[in-house]
Design a protein around this ligand. Structure first.
Ligand SMILES: C[S@@+](CC[C@H](N)C(=O)[O-])C[C@H]1O[C@@H](n2cnc3c(N)ncnc32)[C@H](O)[C@@H]1O
Length: 309
């Protein structure tokens, strides 16, 4: 893959990755402030905006600022996201808690009024539950974050079929009425609901890179498959190492995003190229969460007293 200096674009066969937005790019990886990317994107261009912004908690990629100043910055980005969103499109804002002196402030609560100011309509507050994270000693350890899913209008694209999950009781039948004896559930599977149990990307996760807070690709795939059509544009203003464009490319969508760190974008470029060629290892959607076997030494309690009961 060789850089084309004139167009600032790389071509892998017919696959176009640009560092500046153009409609015919498959993926745009903009290095800089997301507002500078968003301002060159035409109105109503994207079917989905999905992102996880910095939480203003002093991670390696952010500077902790006054919470009101942070919310004002988020409002400026959200306003631009609403502008670039198609009338049938969705915005998914994935957040956890802002914390200050041991007190937690759920960001979805703080951000909700901003989305409402732009007349968006909340369709789901998805709970993303995972098993691993910081161990707290003065409160219960945080094991979920949320995704606020808003639409611009009442007429929005939503397709459940590609994201159905297996039925719990596929053999269940109607026991009375005109359908008695027939299977009662949808054989294509059931609605996955609004509580999603998906492992977060920690050290032993197959998708782990140097980024401290990556999206699991399967989380974004579920949103992309249900809220966009093939060829649609998916924007992630805070793109990190490109989990959103990876999910988009795997499913024949286009994607554009920004990050202030070039190092992250270089990893994103490598990941989307591998994904385009079907070579990026990702955790498959719908895979069961790993349960260690009872026979493992790790699950045997060495402190348990063994006695006669
Ligand atoms: C929570 S991380 C997102 C990670 C991403 N979901 C992934 O899977 O890699 C937030 C990202 O926003 C980036 N960022 C912070 N401020 C930004 C800004 N003003 N414009 C664009 N990106 C920014 C950070 O560098 C960080 O990578």
């Amino acid at each position: 893959m060789s850089p084309n200096a004139q167009t600032n674009k790389k071509e892998v066969q017919d696959f176009l990755i640009g560092r500046h937005y153009r409609r015919d790019n498959h993926v745009t990886l903009f290095n800089g402030d997301c507002l500078d990317l968003l301002k060159v994107i035409p109105n109503e261009e994207a079917r989905l905006v999905v992102t996880s912004p910095p939480y203003n908690i002093g991670k390696a990629y952010e500077r902790k600022i006054n919470i009101n100043q942070y919310l004002d910055q988020q409002a400026s980005v959200i306003e631009e996201c609403v502008r670039v969103l198609s009338p049938t499109g969705s915005i998914c804002w994935q957040v956890g808690n802002y914390t200050d002196k041991g007190e937690i402030f759920p960001l979805d609560i703080l951000l909700y009024d901003i989305f409402k100011k732009f007349q968006l309509k909340l369709r789901n507050r998805i709970i993303w539950h995972f098993e691993h994270g910081l161990h707290c000693s003065k409160r219960f350890s945080g094991r979920y974050e949320t995704i606020l899913w808003f639409t611009k209008n009442d007429d929005y694209l939503f397709d459940l079929d590609p994201v159905r999950i297996p039925q719990k009781y596929p053999g269940k039948k109607h026991y009375k009425g005109p359908k008695a004896g027939q299977f009662s559930c949808n054989p294509a599977g059931k609605n996955p609901g609004d509580l999603w149990v998906i492992p977060n990307v920690k050290h032993n996760h197959i998708e782990k890179t140097i980024h401290p807070c990556q999206f699991p690709v399967e989380l974004i795939e579920r949103l992309i498959l249900s809220m966009t059509a093939q060829g649609d544009l998916v924007i992630d203003p805070f793109m990190g190492v490109g989990s959103t464009p990876v999910a988009a490319i795997k499913n024949n969508r286009r994607s554009a995003g920004a990050d202030i760190f070039k190092e992250y974008l270089d990893i994103a470029e490598e990941r989307v190229t591998l994904a385009y060629n079907g070579l990026l290892p990702t955790r498959p959607m719908g895979k069961e969460v790993y349960e260690p076997p009872n026979s493992s030494t790790l699950t045997q309690n060495p402190f348990e007293e063994k006695g006669d009961y």
